[in-house]
Design a protein around this ligand. Structure first.
Ligand code: XUL
Length: 536
């Protein structure tokens, strides 16, 4: 690790987030206050790429890509916007960043020279147009690699063996399976590829003017890295494509320094030549940092279009059935686990509409008229094919207290059943990959609803705090910039918690009622049994 020196007196830290739909940045000062935010929207600000939601969908309905040159142009545009706004680039002590996970950027043998030789006076895009060996980068929404996933699981000893090795069973969107497909279907492009970056490491590469390493946390989303040795797994590489270790390059811990901003940014925008670039990571790892989940047992439940449960844990417990284990982005010796549900907000809204109430407030009042535990009634509301666990048949399944399937519930029971069911499921499936919450941070739209928070707190038996999640990935990247910069300055690893000591605390929204919690605990086995029956 390089030791850094900075003469900047009032340092700023920049977090960049190259997401599916746009490039955003959050800027913080040394006291961790947000001092600025800027953004570029791909569809609106870069219409020449003709993306929808930042992506191109192929006619097969499975292949989804984005043009990597668009990401370069977005950086040009974002920095230009900041310059026009008088942003004080010279005060930036460190930058880190976030990228949509799993997407890959394929670079030819001209790329390194082009990155190293950037000249001030013209845009990044005009100088880097020729560096891509694939003009269409596969991204996380792609699901065209089922055959490659099956091959990987067969060659490595089954789905659970792949999960044990790489943190997740083979998933279509994971980069290794995307690389295997391209190698098989377009070997010429593979041959002309010198380097394969993730979206995160590519954006860092632009800043340092060289190939930046892939970090261990985003690297866990590839089905290629051993989550225990934190190195490429030769077995996983061998069943992907030849010569891959060379193309993927180095792996670094997420708090390490990738280098300094290259001269181009110093001359063009006035960055300090000592400005550090801290290794970039994936958006979910950065959100973990942004939501300050630094201790084992700190869990976030994000209630959005899809619901996500993620948090820190000391010991990985990979499962082929659900979720992902990633190396932790703020503690190289720890891990993070994540599970996603497709049936989130839209499903809750569907049930609210079934209940003929006008507002979430009325909905909450209705839930309160049914007792905790819903007199044993359990409902499954599968509006979208579910991924946790896999339930492909959509529909509503209601079970009475005696376990018999019934056609309907009272409105109050219906209103309560969807909430209890979703949180019981999160408790069951989260525990299968080692998530044992000590506290929960609830984020996303439905987290403002006190009834939702009450049921969540009682099901898990822990206090629930509420927090902002807007731009949590960019904010997390900014926190990680402070973290990596401090570790660099001190020449040793500093706990992330020390960095966050001055951050304002989240607000407590509920303490659990332990009698209610005991009732929910007694329902877990029955819930799991009924769920198994539905999943078939
Ligand atoms: C995570 C995933 C998405 C992407 C884009 O596994 O596929 O969350 O990171 O946000």
């Amino acid at each position: 690790m390089t030791t850094t020196k900075s003469d900047i007196t009032e340092p700023l830290f920049v977090g960049l987030d190259s997401s599916t739909q746009g490039l955003k940045t959050v800027i913080i000062d040394a006291a961790l206050n947000v001092t600025g935010e800027y953004g570029v929207n791909f569809d609106e600000d870069l219409p020449e790429f003709k993306t929808e939601g930042g992506v191109h969908h192929d006619e097969d309905g499975l292949t989804v890509t984005s043009p990597p040159l668009m990401w370069v142009k977005a950086l040009d545009l974002l920095l230009r916007k900041m310059a026009d706004d008088g942003f004080p680039f010279s005060r930036v002590a460190a930058i880190s960043g976030s990228g949509q996970q799993h997407g890959s950027v394929w670079l030819n043998d001209k790329a390194r020279n082009a990155l190293q030789g950037l000249k001030a006076g013209s845009t990044l895009a005009s100088q880097l147009r020729g560096i891509f060996s694939l003009k269409r980068s596969p991204i996380w929404m792609d699901s065209s690699t089922t055959a490659q996933c099956e091959d990987r699981e067969m060659m490595l000893g089954g789905a659970q063996a792949v999960a044990e090795l790489t943190g997740s069973r083979a998933y279509e969107r994971f980069t290794g399976n995307q690389i295997a497909k391209i190698y098989q279907q377009d070997p010429r492009s593979y041959d002309t590829t010198e380097h394969i970056a993730l979206v995160s490491s590519f954006m860092a590469s632009l800043l340092i003017g060289d190939y930046a390493p892939i970090d261990t946390s985003d690297g866990s989303g590839m089905n290629l890295m051993s989550i225990r040795s934190k190195q490429w797994s030769s077995g996983a590489l061998d069943c992907t494509a030849p010569g891959l270790a060379y193309r993927l390059g180095e792996i670094a811990a997420s708090h390490e320094l990738a280098g300094k901003v290259q001269g181009y940014f110093v001359e063009e925008f006035g960055f300090d030549p000592g400005c550090d670039v801290v290794v970039f990571s994936g958006d979910n790892p950065n959100s973990l940092a942004g939501l300050r989940l630094q201790h084992t047992g700190d869990i976030a439940i994000s209630l959005g279009t899809s619901d996500t449960v993620f948090g820190s844990l000391a010991e990985p417990k990979p499962s082929a059935d659900e979720g992902h284990i990633f190396v932790n982005p703020v503690d190289p010796d720890a891990y993070m686990a994540m599970i996603c549900y497709k049936n989130g907000s839209l499903t809750r809204e569907y049930v609210r509409d079934l209940c003929s109430v006008e507002s979430w407030k009325e909905y909450g009042d209705l839930v309160d008229t049914s007792p905790v535990g819903n007199e044993g009634q359990i409902g499954f509301y599968i509006r979208e094919p579910e991924i946790t666990p896999t339930i492909l048949n959509t529909g509503v399944h209601r079970f009475g207290g005696n376990g018999q399937e019934v056609d309907s519930f009272s409105e109050a029971a219906e209103a309560r059943a969807v909430l209890e069911g979703q949180f019981l499921s999160m408790r069951i499936h989260g525990s299968k990959i080692g998530l044992a919450p000590a506290t929960i941070l609830a984020t996303g739209g439905a987290s403002v609803d006190p009834t939702v928070i009450r049921v969540m707190s009682d099901v898990f038996g822990v206090p629930v705090f509420v927090g902002e999640s807007a731009n949590s990935a960019a904010l997390g990247a900014a926190y990680r910039a402070v973290h990596g910069w401090t570790c660099g300055k001190e020449g040793k690893f500093i706990p992330f918690a020390d960095i966050l000591a001055t951050a304002p605390p989240f607000q407590k929204a509920a303490d659990p009622d332990m009698d209610a919690h005991a009732l929910y605990t007694a329902m877990l086995d029955r819930y799991a049994e009924l769920e198994n029956g539905i999943a078939g």
